[in-house]
Design a protein around this ligand. Structure first.
Ligand code: ZN
Ligand code: FE
Length: 237
């Protein structure tokens, strides 16, 4: 099934979050990933003429859940998020565990637990569509801060991402490419890295998201994914 992914920039210029509105092409169902704030998400839903059935929340931080209550009241939708953070996520209806799969319409979603940024953080993986929503674990050319977990947990979470197929497109929770790019270029000067940088700068200059990038490319260019030794990774933190 092919899906339409609509990034919605939230908290622009401050935190540059992305909410995503996912619509299946037959328009049977739609959902929101990380409703950072309500107004821009509602505007986009109206533009697309969709009523989302649910919100999938990656983790409890305010910049990922700020729109939950308002969107729930407006669309009577269900809020799904990590069971481990169920008391912290506003409006949560259904807590899910690592490996748990569920359907939204005909769209199949798999929960992948990825602690480190927060202790219950999850990734939303669409195995049939080869899409991955990484919240604040993986960004373009950088990774999320470690707030609740340990660097060892973050390492394990990144290894899970690395084990997914190269042709998976990933969508991060923020536009942090401008932060990641200079260091990534310092670490790696391959043809591939330079073309990634060129495309990223072009997209940013047009105020477009750098996402999606394939995991295959990210694994070759993101300095934190390129580290092959857990001890070296842990020295960064
Ligand atoms: Zn966060
Ligand atoms: Fe965030």
């Amino acid at each position: 099934m092919s899906l339409q992914i609509n990034p919605v920039l939230c908290r622009a210029g401050v935190m540059d979050n992305y909410a995503y509105i996912i619509v299946d092409v037959k328009r049977d169902a739609s959902m929101v990933i990380d409703a950072s704030e309500a107004a821009p998400v509602i505007r986009k839903c109206e533009e697309l003429s969709v009523r989302p059935r649910c919100i999938l929340t990656t983790h409890h931080h305010f910049d990922h859940v700020g729109g939950n209550e308002e969107l729930k009241a407006l669309y009577h939708l269900q809020i799904i998020g990590p069971a481990a953070e169920q008391n912290l996520i506003p409006g949560l209806d259904k807590g899910v565990q690592d490996g748990e799969e569920f359907l939204v319409g005909k769209m199949r979603v798999k929960t992948i637990s990825a602690p480190g940024h927060t202790s219950g953080h999850v990734l939303w993986y669409f195995p049939d569509d080869k899409l991955l929503f990484t919240g604040d674990v993986l960004f373009n050319l950088c990774i999320g801060g470690i707030f609740e977990g340990t660097s060892g947990q973050m390492w394990d979470s990144l290894q899970k991402i690395k084990s997914l197929p190269d042709d998976t497109d990933f969508y991060p929770g923020h536009e942090y490419t401008p932060h990641g790019l200079p260091y990534a270029l310092k670490c790696e000067n391959s043809e591939l890295m330079r073309s990634y940088a060129q495309r990223a700068r072009q997209r940013l200059s047009e105020h477009l998201p750098v996402a999606p990038v394939s995991l295959g490319l990210e694994k070759k260019c993101n300095p934190y994914l390129r580290i092959e030794d857990k001890n070296i990774f842990e020295q960064y933190f």
